[in-house]
Write a new protein. Structure first.
Length: 124
């Protein structure tokens, strides 16, 4: 297992979450999944190595993407981690900008573009 920074996939849909984690593994990245924002914050608080990228769904139970991002931005260490918003919302890009992140993709994801964005933020 490489010691590169992992990618955190925050997505409540288990099938999507698992398929993104598998896709990232298949391309040589370390990736971990979180069910919702609270699960993600818990994962981050116990992480030995912070992720190089957080892939963040917006619509989730318990703690949604916006609430997670608010918490992330409050923490000086976590706020440095880039976030790629993935959403079924038609205005995913505008919502991402409102969360102070420039990267957004609509679902279903264009996997080539997804992997390009991952590569821009995470070196193997």
């Amino acid at each position: 297992m490489s010691h590169a920074h992992p990618i955190l996939v925050v997505e409540d849909d288990e099938e999507i979450r698992e398929s993104l984690v598998d896709l990232l593994h298949d391309h040589g990245y370390e990736a971990i999944g979180a069910r919702d924002g609270r699960d993600a914050l818990n994962t981050l608080s116990h992480a030995q190595t912070l992720p190089c990228l957080i892939v963040l769904d917006l619509m989730m139970p318990i703690m949604d993407g916006k609430a997670f991002r608010d918490e992330q931005l409050r923490d000086p260490t976590l706020s440095k981690i880039p976030v790629l918003v993935i959403s079924a919302y038609h205005d995913a890009e505008a919502r991402a900008r409102s969360l102070d992140t420039k990267m957004a993709m609509k679902k279903p994801l264009d996997l080539d573009r997804f992997l390009d964005l991952v590569q821009q933020n995470c070196s193997l």
